[in-house]
Design a protein. Structure first.
Length: 200
């Protein structure tokens, strides 16, 4: 009898799982899963607002084309998210909108770059040439003028059934020589919902 009950339970669970259809929604639209943490719309809106503010900041362009390294923001919220998604979103949006007005350095690829430089200098691989047909092995890795980094912070409340989260995403540009703060802008939001949603 117990074996039959277990079999029926498995069938019911399998049926309920298969009965949840997958559908595509707008990334800026709230989904049915709920939760009060950082969602796609928060990342996209934050990136858009920060990028607009950066491109209109005159100080950043006073010395010509700024060279920028974007660093992942520090996540001080209670949510276990990959904060580098802000970096990816902002850099892609800035690359598209800046139209060459800002030069970015991919520091996350530094090890691969240094390994390739060593292969070229050791003769293990061929060396690309410039427009005149001459190889250039004298160039050093590009240094940066500015660091674009940020912080994710939140205030959370919970009463057992409902939860409230206020989140502040702040991004700043720091001069890599003087540590002067060139730019800082924040974007915030507050959400109220039921507890129990898991972020991964």
């Amino acid at each position: 009898m117990k074996l039959v009950q277990w079999a029926l339970a498995i069938v019911v669970l399998g049926t309920s799982a298969c009965g949840t259809p997958t559908r595509r929604i707008d990334p800026d639209q709230d989904d049915d899963v709920g939760g009060t943490g950082i969602d796609a719309a928060d990342v996209r809106t934050t990136a858009d607002q920060i990028c607009r503010a950066l491109l209109s900041n005159r100080t950043l362009f006073e010395k010509g084309t700024p060279v920028v390294v974007i660093m992942s923001p520090e996540n001080r919220t209670r949510f276990q998210i990959d904060a580098s998604i802000f970096v990816t979103s902002m850099r892609a949006k800035l690359m598209e909108s800046a139209e060459g007005r800002i030069m970015f350095i991919a520091r996350e690829d530094m090890k691969a770059v240094m390994d390739e430089r060593e292969r070229k200098r050791s003769g293990a691989v061929s060396v690309p040439t410039d427009a005149t047909g001459k190889p250039d092995l004298a160039a050093a890795p590009l240094g940066t003028q500015y660091f674009l980094t940020g912080t994710l912070q939140s205030i959370s409340k919970q009463n057992g059934e409902a939860v409230s989260d206020y989140t502040l995403a702040t991004f700043r540009v720091v001069d890599a020589e003087t540590s002067a703060l060139v730019f800082e802008r924040g974007y915030d939001w507050k959400k109220i919902g039921s507890s129990g949603v898991i972020y991964r």
